[in-house]
Design a protein. Sequence first.
Length: 316
Amino acid sequence: MEFFRIRKDIPFMQRALIFNAISLLTFIAAVFFLVHRGLHLSIEFTGGTVIEVQYPQAAQLEPVRDTLTKVGYADAQVQNFGTSRDVLIRLPLKQGLTSAQQSDQVMSALKADNAQVQLQRVEFVGPQVGKELATDGLLALACVVAGIVIYLSFRFEWKYAIAGVIANLHDVVIILGFFAFFRWEFSLSVLAAVLAVLGYSVNESVVIFDRIRETFRRERKMSVIEVINHAITSTMSRTIITHGCTQMMVLSMFLFGGPTLHYFALALTVGILFGIYSSVFVAAALAMWLGVKRDDLLKEKKERHDPNDPNAGAQV
């Protein structure tokens, strides 16, 4: 389905060097902030106290967050758990306080606002568990990257596999760079968003690579640059429709999903925007710099000749 069709190919690759330079500078800045500032890890990674409380009626989460902020837990995570009456509170580690002391402090503050609130359970999540979660998260990311390399190598050719993987890792590092620069909280839900962006970005790259292969097959007189420009231009309508609809859904989560979905939606928003950029100006441009050509995708079958046949290769 197309809302519009661009009749004249847009010369994307003529500006590839400029956009690649911008990408490189952005990538270097993201790595710099990751190294010097690091990620603001959530309780799942650093350890902390998990408290489950129950209210006699549907709990209002904003007043709970305000109460926790007043007692020094501005970074606490508050969400419904099970029913609207049950609230799950995650507190970061606080030096000099045990889990029991944190629990008593929080319950005293909550009971001051509502005497009927009841403590259901208190659980301590140790740093060792957080370390295992971080290791498992990095392992999941490595498996996704390896899967993308294998898939693109079989689907297309190694040059496309390298271009696609570099473009996707470019997106991941930039997302992490944003979280490091602004000190946004990095949680397991954000890690899930990063993995989702990887799949989303590689899908866009595959669409463009497929169109490049179709154009190579159909247009024999076009140069490589003209083929890539035509492939990207012909997918513009599809890109705007697909990514526009997805972005509207993600923005609705960001604006109306509350604090629980805030950073998840934020990571997706940044990732989708840079995913479009990287598919066009990073993946396609890298494939061009690597010297992709028609023969890489359309290998002509050679006729086999019997070496013992004296007439092999003879022309009449």
